[in-house]
Design a protein around this ligand. Structure first.
Ligand SMILES: C[S@@+](CC[C@H](N)C(=O)[O-])C[C@H]1O[C@@H](n2cnc3c(N)ncnc32)[C@H](O)[C@@H]1O
Length: 279
């Protein structure tokens, strides 16, 4: 068996991964393919990466393709990640939405978490909405719809289960929110239905057409563009722009640039954090 990937095999698998999920790996990332696909290669009875590639290409059920995508995606996430997007949301956007809802300029608020991983991002959004509503009883959480999507079936399964172990629950979540919105049973923390039921999960590859999702007041597309090729970043940003309502907002990850890949958006700041709207 050959555990080491050669240049040709790297190119085959790199192109396969890019074609099926948009993730782009340059030569320096050959080790990632070795680290993440070796077990799958062995499980599939392949003795080298060339056989493994052909097995994936010729698998009519696409099961192996999905396992490769699962293995190659980075699912790192945590509660209230980077804090500032959630401050923008809580202190800038929700108060503005409340005014519009009261004046009748808006009937509802639609939010999309476009690469939601195991649910921490959309559920953080939902908890912030509940907190905002506690402080502003005129704002009713039922006015908000949260759609959360991801390419990976395994993270979506965990997100929908909404049960977290001690390590996941400890990452970024203040005790106050944990105690209010989760129930502990042994080592497992289960999210209460009040929050869980606010989020609808769907499988979506951002390479696919997403017009059927409708239009949104806010799109959170965070810490996923960073893995894509420049062309795919441009493509996703231009299609997200079409999904935003005229006064809608885009929030990306702290290390992700919008202006390098699109001139459709203008940049807004809240304290020192950035968010975007269509020009
Ligand atoms: C690092 S996580 C980010 C999670 C969350 N947005 C955050 O900031 O904490 C990236 C997620 O993007 C998903 N992803 C990768 N490629 C994707 C694609 N082509 N379409 C949709 N989701 C994708 C992965 O499955 C993973 O769950």
């Amino acid at each position: 068996m050959t555990e080491k990937i050669d240049t040709r095999e790297f190119q085959l698998l790199r192109d396969y991964i890019k074609e099926h999920c948009g993730i782009y790996l340059d030569e320096s990332k050959a080790y990632l393919i070795e680290n993440r696909l070796l077990t799958l290669m062995i499980e599939n009875g392949c003795s080298n990466y060339t056989d493994f590639y052909h097995k994936a290409v010729n698998d009519p059920s696409f099961k192996l393709r999905d396992k490769i995508i699962d293995a190659m995606t980075t699912n790192e996430t945590l509660w209230l990640r980077d804090s500032s997007p959630f401050k923008i949301f809580q202190y800038e956007l929700l108060p503005a939405f409340l005014k519009q809802l009261i004046s009748g300029n808006k009937r509802s608020v639609r939010i999309w978490s476009a690469a939601c991983s195991t649910g921490q991002e959309p559920y953080s959004i939902a908890m912030i909405i509940q907190e905002f509503s506690r402080a502003n009883p005129l704002f009713h959480p039922s006015k908000v719809e949260i759609i959360a999507t991801d390419i990976s079936p395994s993270v979506l399964f965990l997100a929908m289960a909404a049960r977290y172990d001690a390590l996941s629950i400890s990452r970024g979540l203040p005790d106050e929110l944990r105690n209010r919105y989760f129930e502990q049973s042994g080592k497992v923390w289960s999210l209460k239905d009040t929050i869980k039921n606010m989020v609808t999960f769907k499988r979506l590859n951002l390479q696919e057409d997403f017009t059927s999702l409708g239009h949104f007041d806010i799109v959170f597309c965070r810490n996923v563009l960073i893995y894509f090729s420049d062309d795919f970043k441009r493509d996703v940003l231009s299609r997200i722009a079409l999904r935003l309502k005229p006064d809608g907002f885009l929030i990306v990850g702290a290390s992700e640039s919008v202006s390098n890949y699109s001139n459709i958006f203008s940049m807004l700041t809240y304290e020192r954090a950035l968010y975007y709207k269509v020009r």
